[in-house]
Design a protein around this ligand. Structure first.
Ligand code: C2E
Ligand code: SIN
Ligand code: SIN
Ligand code: SIN
Ligand code: FE
Length: 357
């Protein structure tokens, strides 16, 4: 509790009551006597008290009217009010509580008991405030920390992504476009009963962002292979295939160092399975059908579309129609046939993303 003395207003039209109250309270509190409700509101314009002791029967404005006005005013709404009154019938007391009073004490009252009830109430109010301050503070702190971590994560991710793109000269923009294609594809997937339930569990921001890391393992591939102008020989292609497992290993290493896994799990599955094929002829696992994580099956379509419409050291860029033709031909062999149907629904948007870039 703060050391500053608490302020209590006491409102009563009988001067003797004001001085009794004042004498009782002044040792512990700063007391502001008010002989009428009008005077109460006058003082309230200048001082916000910690508590108001309010008489009910007063000429002009009575205590019920006064509390109603207080509760209707956002500046005064949260000031605790105790009714201090000679009206000791149940209906009056109920009405007092209904109007928002925190306590109802009938006169004549015992001085020590009144003091105890007041100090209890002020303590509870103080704890309520402290708790709210603490919660507000915590919320701000957590938000700051979360933003910091999010920014750091994005900065590291962007740097790693840049490194991959920088080495792999032929794939400028690949990673950004890939995220946009993936977003379009997965947004459409929400309309398909078959996969809706699974993707509803995903955090879409995490999923789409983590796709940047799908080729992170290419960092480990020698330039001679990565940027070879012609066709890779089988040995070279074997080395190229390791970009999937290297990506998984790198992601696993980060996962071992951190508790935050939901983001990295998408990244790991995408890096590890984007070259698997529906018929089991892909790499590195030779997984088939729905044994290939959905993340990998989605990424496969997006990755190949982008590779097809882009120029590579080993191939020219194909136009959109040809790329779509190749993807559709490979439904059920390379790609999940349902996802190819999904792709067909949104392929115009793929073309737009490709041309916008
Ligand atoms: P990438 O260039 O980003 O290609 C990704 C995937 O797109 C390829 O995976 C393949 O499934 C598909 N793709 C690319 N070009 C064509 C194409 O002309 N026709 C068809 N039907 N599909 C195509 P893949 O084959 O597992 O290759 C993985 C990565 O290995 C490629 O990524 C690229 O970096 C490299 N790579 C593959 N083949 C060659 C090659 O002949 N020469 C060189 N220098 N690199 C290659
Ligand atoms: C979202 O992608 O933001 C909703 C799905 C989730 O967070 O699990
Ligand atoms: C890539 O384009 O992904 C690697 C460079 C190449 O095709 O040789
Ligand atoms: C994964 O962890 O799922 C990637 C390895 C694989 O392709 O089987
Ligand atoms: Fe790849």
């Amino acid at each position: 509790m703060k050391n500053t003395r608490k302020k209590i207003f006491i409102v009563d039209d009988v001067p003797a009551n004001l001085s009794i109250g004042r004498n009782l309270l002044k040792e512990f509190y700063d007391v502001y006597p008010a002989p009428s409700a009008a005077k109460l509101f006058e003082i309230l314009e200048k001082v916000i008290p910690d508590l108001v002791l309010l008489d009910i029967d007063m000429p002009e404005m009575d205590g019920y009217q006064a509390i109603k006005i207080m509760k209707a005013d956002t500046r005064f709404r949260d000031i605790p009010v105790i009714f201090l009154t000679a009206k000791d019938d149940e209906a009056s007391e109920m009405e007092g509580f209904d109007l928002g009073a925190l306590d109802y004490i009938t006169k004549p009252f015992s001085g020590p008991l009144l003091l105890r009830r007041i100090s209890n109430l002020l303590l509870i109010e103080q704890q309520k405030h402290d708790l709210k301050d603490y919660a507000d503070n915590l919320e701000v702190k957590v938000k700051e920390k979360t933003d910091e971590i999010y920014n750091l994560q994005n900065a590291i991710l962007a740097t790693v992504t840049d490194l991959v793109e920088f080495r792999d000269k032929s794939t400028g923009g690949h990673i950004i476009r890939t995220q946009r294609y993936l977003k379009v594809l997965v947004d459409e997937l929400f309309n398909w009963e078959e996969y809706k339930e699974e993707i509803e569990k995903w955090n879409m921001d995490f999923f789409v962002t983590s796709a940047q890391l799908h080729d992170v393992g290419k960092i480990a591939i020698t330039d001679l292979i990565l940027n070879k102008p012609g066709k890779l020989d089988p040995e070279e292609f074997e080395i190229m295939k390791t970009h999937t497992t290297v990506g998984v290993e790198a992601t696993e290493r980060i996962m071992n160092e951190t508790k935050e896994h939901s983001f990295l799990l998408h990244a790991l599955l995408i890096a590890g399975t984007h070259h698997e094929k529906w018929d089991g002829s892909g790499y590195p696992g030779g997984l088939s059908g729905k044994n290939i994580p959905l993340e990998g099956r989605l990424m496969a379509i997006v990755d190949v579309y982008d590779a097809l419409v882009s120029e590579r050291p080993y191939k020219k860029a194909f136009d959109h129609e040809k790329a779509c033709g190749i993807i559709e031909e490979n439904a059920g062999s390379h790609f999940d046939p349902t996802l190819v149907e999904v792709f067909k629904k949104v392929k115009d948007m793929f073309e737009k993303i490709k041309n916008d870039f």
